[in-house]
Design a protein. Structure first.
Length: 461
């Protein structure tokens, strides 16, 4: 049996009267829409409600599925300890989801529980549902920092587990929209905020789930949303199905966006295999990009592929441009996968006989020895986007006014600590941001005296 329905819902504790104490009336439209969701769930009579929450246990490279027989929680952190929950987990379903993930070495499972108590992203939906219906168990799943396609695939695994167990299940994707919609709001205003809300409500209102992948990570960060990945997991749970979507409400009066929609499957539709379509599109684009990249990037790719596949370090090949043999320079190799950084290591000053050898060594380091990431595996190679930055000579500067985030990279040092940030990076918009990120990378504390240097790069793509 396919999942009976899905619901996109927010989770502000203030809409629970014991927490809001009257202030919830300013979002009455949201409350009324939430009650409608609860009515529809009650009519479906699910055995299990699957809830994805941004406030459950979350890791950068792993999806956590809450284990055990159940969990308790309350709104004590929001001034209402009398509102309590004692939920029973569907252990058969969560165990099968974890087993399906393990079978294909997908990073999801029950390891590393950090929040045994229920989180408010789970409890707010349950508060509304339990007013109307109570004969169900739950499965609670957190988000991750992995690409959106991985979130979608987790939804596919959930779908497969529900079908295999023949559960009557409903999916609740818990998540607020932008937190930066009003200057007077608790998080302030960002121009990306209203744009995000308008786009996500349009996409979800049409069940155009393939367009969820088009939301750039930097854009989502600036909009300060918290539900996007939750919605993507839900979308994956309806992979290959025609969906009837209904938009119930959207409000932004508190400075945070609250959106509610419903999604009902209406039978198979092979045109809606959105992850498969996205990956095929990416593979075509990346293959063309690799074919058209210059000699610097082709050398980096050849080096990392040799090391990843065979643990072999290639020799400097013949046939490269003359300057790659004659020039010495520091170089950085940056690797991205599906829009997310997958590795970046380089040298400020040359350590090899020529820049070609520099690139060969740094490509190996970026792919296999960046301490922030697991080593790149063979099955990832066709999804990688690679850039090579060849650094000019660093020069001392007297003040931040001599920097330009688009033109210059920065080196900050204090004593024996030194940090570097390349120029023209997505999401780094000001000199202050550039210096602060480089300072933190170096482990230099705020207030320590800094020495500043700048450098230019030639970026190869």
């Amino acid at each position: 049996m396919s999942i009976l329905a899905g619901f996109m819902v927010p989770h502000p504790p203030l809409i629970v009267p014991a927490v809001g104490r009257g202030s919830e009336e300013e979002v009455r439209e949201t409350i009324d829409a939430y009650d409608r969701v609860a009515d529809e769930i009650a009519a479906l009579k699910p055995e299990t409600i699957i809830i994805t929450s941004p406030h459950a246990t979350m890791y950068s490279n792993y999806f956590h599925i809450s284990p055990g027989q159940g969990a308790k929680g309350s709104f004590a952190d929001f001034g209402a300890p009398q509102v309590k929950f004692d939920e029973t987990y569907d252990s058969g379903l969560w165990d099968l989801i974890a087993s399906l993930a393990e079978a294909e070495d997908f990073p999801a499972g029950i390891e590393g529980e950090r929040k045994a108590q229920l989180d408010h992203g789970t409890m707010v939906p349950l508060w509304f549902i339990r007013k109307k219906y109570s004969n169900f168990k739950i499965v609670r799943i957190g988000l991750s920092g992995l690409p959106l396609t991985d979130h979608y695939h987790l939804g596919e695994l959930i779908k497969a587990a529900v079908e295999k167990t023949d559960r009557r299940a409903v999916f609740v994707a818990s998540g607020d929209l932008s937190h930066k919609l009003q200057y007077h709001g608790p998080y302030g205003f960002a121009p990306e905020g209203p744009v995000y809300d308008e786009r996500i409500m349009d996409v979800c209102g049409r069940a155009a789930f393939g367009e969820l992948f088009d939301f750039d990570e930097d854009f989502c960060d600036k909009a300060a949303e918290c539900g996007h990945r939750s919605f993507v997991i839900m979308a994956g749970a309806f992979d290959g199905l025609k969906i009837k979507a209904t938009r119930f409400s959207h409000q932004d009066v508190t400075g945070v966006g609250y959106g509610i929609c419903s999604f009902y499957p209406e039978g198979p539709d092979e045109t809606r295999r959105f992850r498969k379509l996205r990956i095929e599109e990416e593979e075509r684009k990346l293959a063309a990009l690799a074919e058209n990249s210059d000699d610097y990037v082709k050398l980096a790719r050849r080096s990392l592929e040799s090391y990843v596949l065979r643990k072999e370090t290639i020799e400097v090949p013949k046939g490269l441009p003359a300057e790659m043999y004659s020039k010495q320079a520091g170089a950085f190799v940056s690797i991205h996968k599906q829009g997310s950084l997958r590795g970046c290591i380089g040298t400020i000053l040359p350590t090899e006989d020529n820049v070609a050898a520099e690139i060969i060594q740094n490509a190996i380091s970026a792919s296999s020895f960046d301490p922030r990431f697991d080593p790149i595996t063979a099955d990832e190679l066709k999804y990688l986007e690679i850039n090579v930055d060849v650094l000019g000579e660093p020069e001392d500067i007297d003040s931040p006014s001599q920097l330009d985030v688009k033109r210059y990279g920065v080196i900050v040092s204090s004593g024996g600590k030194r940090g570097l940030l390349l120029p023209d990076l997505e999401g780094v918009d000001t000199v202050e941001d550039q210096i602060d990120i480089a300072r933190r990378k170096a482990g230099i504390r705020p207030g320590e005296r800094l020495k500043l240097q700048r450098f230019e790069v030639v970026r190869h793509t």
